[in-house]
Design a binder for this molecule. Structure first.
Ligand code: UT7
Length: 333
């Protein structure tokens, strides 16, 4: 394929789907588990409740449910998909990848499938990868799923983190579009600050042992306060880096659909972008908490379902998470 053809090709999201487990865990429920209050959680984070997957429900189950809806929404069949990308930090197991498990559950054997580990920015990185593969002509339709069972890595004795997380999945089918589509992508990472949000054990550095289990090292740990400041800075910066090359200002964006880590982070980002959060910030953190990669995927799906995103709108996806990683994407719907 000639370079001009690659550049001319417009790639967009042609189908979306989400899946949230049925069980709701409210702040009042958490008051019974750790020393916290509904008031503290609501004021400091914006979260009122989150969804928790059943014990027998795995990340791939959440992923498949969201994927089936996205494929149907795109008016396609699973066999029309050429590649599966799953963004997750809570895979069913270390290997095989959750994407391969999803492939098998969707009955679409032999198409390539792989996971990406980008934490909360995973949906954005997944879309970025898919866009390149479609532009190059390698695949026609790509399924990008962001799925997390965060409850499986949550330390239910640590009040500073257990109030934040939730389980869920969102999926998008990408393909060529006639108008609009993805206008710009900006990705970033800073591995030197990885220790601010990590799950210390279980990998080659600290393989699982009785001692790592006893020290509770198989749960996520977070320096919330320091992360907060980074999140505001880099999410605002990512928004600027994705919009500036297109000559877009805050006013030109119809809706910002961010990763939902903390309502105070999002209001601060909106302020830096010069947008009215009431009007232009899509929020669902109150219902689902922080679902890592799945947060922005579910938020985009809901925003479209609720007609907050209309044909011709310019939207901005913006995320930040462990790694540290971050990214933003501008899409004309
Ligand atoms: O997904 C992407 C990555 N994640 C993020 O970007 C998250 C970023 N960080 C945050 O959202 C916030 O830092 C948190 C919500 C995690 C914490 O809020 P904060 O305003 O930064 O609180 P803090 O950690 O500074 O703690 C303030 C106080 C402390 O008490 P003292 O030392 O002031 O007496 C904590 O012990 O609040 C206490 N605290 C709690 N109190 C009641 C911490 N967690 C709780 C709790 N309930 N659940």
């Amino acid at each position: 394929m000639f370079k001009e053809e690659i550049l001319e090709k417009k790639v967009g999201i042609i189908g979306l789907g989400k899946y949230l487990p049925e069980k709701r865990l409210t702040n009042k429920d958490i008051e019974k588990i750790v020393d916290t209050t509904d008031e503290w959680i609501t004021e400091r984070t914006g979260i009122k409740e989150r969804r928790i997957a059943r014990e027998d429900e795995t990340t791939s189950d959440l992923a498949v449910n969201a994927a089936k809806r996205a494929i149907e929404n795109a008016k396609l069949k699973p066999e029309d998909i050429g590649l599966i990308i799953v963004a997750t930090i809570t895979p069913d197991m270390f290997f095989p990848s959750t994407a391969c498990i999803v492939q098998s559950k969707l009955n679409v054997n032999h198409i390539p499938a792989f996971d990406i580990s980008v934490a909360c920015s995973g949906f954005i990185y997944g879309i970025a990868i898919a866009e390149q593969f479609i532009k190059s002509g390698a695949y026609k339709h790509i399924l990008v799923i962001a799925a997390e069972k965060m409850s499986s890595v949550t330390d239910w004795t640590d009040r500073s983190t257990c109030v934040l997380m939730g389980d869920g999945a969102g999926a998008a089918v990408l393909g060529e579009v006639e108008e609009g589509g993805i206008l710009s992508i900006y990705l970033g990472a800073d591995g030197s600050k990885g220790n601010l949000l990590e799950m210390p054990a279980g990998g080659s550095r600290l393989p699982a042992s009785a001692s790592t289990v006893e020290k509770r090292l198989h749960f996520l740990r977070m320096e919330g306060n320091i992360l907060f400041k980074h999140a505001v800075k880099v999410m605002a910066e990512a928004a600027l880096k994705a919009t500036e090359p297109l000559g877009l200002k805050g006013d030109d964006i119809n809706l910002v659909i961010p990763h939902q880590a903390n309502i105070r982070i999002l209001n601060a980002v909106a302020k830096r972008m010069g947008i009215d959060p009431e009007e232009k910030l899509y929020l669902n953190i109150d219902k689902y908490g922080n679902m890592s990669s799945a947060s922005s995927a579910v938020a985009l799906t809901e925003a479209v379902e609720q007609h907050r995103v209309k044909k011709g709108d310019t939207i901005l996806l913006d995320a930040f998470g462990a790694g540290l990683t971050w990214g933003a994407i501008v899409i004309k719907w």
